[in-house]
Design a protein around this ligand. Sequence first.
Ligand code: AMP
Ligand code: TRP
Length: 336
Amino acid sequence: MDKKKIVFSGIQPTGNIHLGNYLGAVRNWVREQAEKVNYFCIVDLHSLTVPQDPDNLRFQTRSLAALYLACGIDPEVSTIFIQSHVTAHAEGCWLLNCITPLGWLQRMTQFKDKSAKQESVLTGLLDYPVLMAGDIIFYDADEVPVGEDQKQHVELARDIAQRFNALYETDFFVVPQPVISKVGARVMGLDDPTVKMSKSLSDKRGHAIRLLDEPDEIMYSFKRAVTDSGREIRFSDEPERAGVNNLLGIYQAITGKDKTAVEADFAGARGYGDLKVGVAELVIETLRPIQARYKELMDDAAELDRLLAHGAQQARAVSQPKVDEMKRIMGLVLPG
Ligand code: AMP
Ligand code: TRP
């Protein structure tokens, strides 16, 4: 049997995850978690590269971990942990800093965009991709699932890995590959079906379904979903029917039925109103067990801490020896 591929996913504990994230990404990770060796890392150190409210950051970090677990990330199968719990990340970042040319960081598109928008640019923001490179290469990750916006950072991780290997004439670091998620279920905004449902717009009422939204709020957002003036419920590529297509797409992604079967389910509907309520009810029922498990974990701090301590321990067992060996290669004296 081939060796399982190692996959490293980094998730910032900021912004609410929504139905698009769930149907397009998280649900697939859950289904496929046994096929690969997966690390799910809540990258709290990365979030510090822009100013954060401490209490809010603490809450968001635990909340996101609980939510991923509630979605079905199984801590016995995958490793889920908080980045700052594993000190090898920050420690190893320093070592990588010392082999990474400044120019490589200054030309990162995200740094240029973000720093242009801020009056005072923090050093951490510039260094962000080096920390990210460490996340990936300290686990010998083969694959890094990312959106298009993060591809340049994974390419930098490749450059850093290759530079280390060349400088020290070794094949110590695995050179990772970015994996741009194929658009499986692409969920569009309910208020505007021409744009992707997105985290940055998720606080705008009626745009996104956030995984922790109450049933009433979910129903509200679906009832207000933008459709067209027709009444026929069928899949379509026509731009003006994008709203109905999106609703049917969500229904299809959840039920796993083929298009004909989905259309048949709505054959008796009296119009788009029935479709909206039907999809809303299905989404509410899909999220109900996730929300219940989330609440259980958030109410049982000891259990959540236990699961995260277990994840951190597994992560440490892989990355700390890697960083120690890196120190040795670079000429540092290891403690006796
Ligand atoms: P992001 O929210 O951009 O950090 O994306 C996290 C993951 O969710 C990525 O794998 C995206 O491809 C996926 N994703 C984000 N938004 C959507 C969407 N509207 N529909 C489907 N997948 C999405
Ligand atoms: N920079 C990524 C983002 O903003 C998060 C991240 C940090 C990451 N470390 C990572 C993603 C390692 C993949 C692998 O989305």
